[in-house]
Design a protein around this ligand. Sequence first.
Ligand code: ADP
Ligand code: MG
Length: 277
Amino acid sequence: MSADRDPHGAAHPAHDGDAGAHPFVPGEVDASHRALLYVESVTVSFDGFKALNDLTLYVDDGELRCLIGPNGAGKTTLMDVITGKTRPDSGQAFFGQTLDLTRMREYEIAASGIGRKFQKPSVFPQHSVFENLELAMSGDKRVWSALFARLSGEQVDRIDEVLEIIGLVSERNRRAGLLSHGQTQWLEIGMLLMQSPRLLLVDEPVAGMTAQETERTAELLTSLAGQHSVIVVEHDMDFVRSIARKVTVLHEGHVLAEGSMSEMQSDPRVVEVYLGE
Ligand code: ADP
Ligand code: MG
């Protein structure tokens, strides 16, 4: 049933190859077969408990995908597998056609174009919004050397472009520590964008946001699709409804259902395990 394993008809070409045949090359992601992320039959056990159980998921290049499901369904564990934090016991995870995520180190995965936004803010509160983006671009953790390096016109343009995308143009010179909760989250997203990721993983982006901030975040993530693939984990169903084209429902480490939000809402299995609460 290979057609079931890949929505675009072809099994992953690198599946039977050995790791040495596909060395890691920074910045090179081959999405020529439309899918950008392949997760196939992944199982992760913790002391015999299967946090992920034969999970298969594909995400297209430029797609915005929502991941929902009850607590403990395995959403965070899936992100841990994609970012190399957790190794699966079995199964495959590929970024594009050639990058085997199960054999790359976390920093290699990040450098290859997968960015992850955590909930706890990692902005530098004493530095301006602009400087935070500048620091994120350099990828240099030595704050002072990065800030004293001269920016090229192109780099300044890129920072201004990201300020526009995240809606913080008017906060450009404000200290990051003075931003609202929502603005801080957008700055975090902007800092990820400075690394030009192909795939962005965002875990519960609107937790703690006001209704207005939530709406702005929906616009922001929607605007990123196309240029980037985005996987969003979120419990706020109004938010999911407002951004989702395709929703994947996880339950007990497995994909329970996949489709549009309205299809999920009328799927009795989904209503039973999650939406009916
Ligand atoms: P979700 O993000 O969907 O709420 P998680 O991926 O965090 O779910 O967790 C899935 C299951 O795996 C849960 O039952 C959780 O307790 C368990 N789990 C996650 N990480 C670990 C770990 N490091 N050790 C043991 N159990 C874990
Ligand atoms: Mg989680």
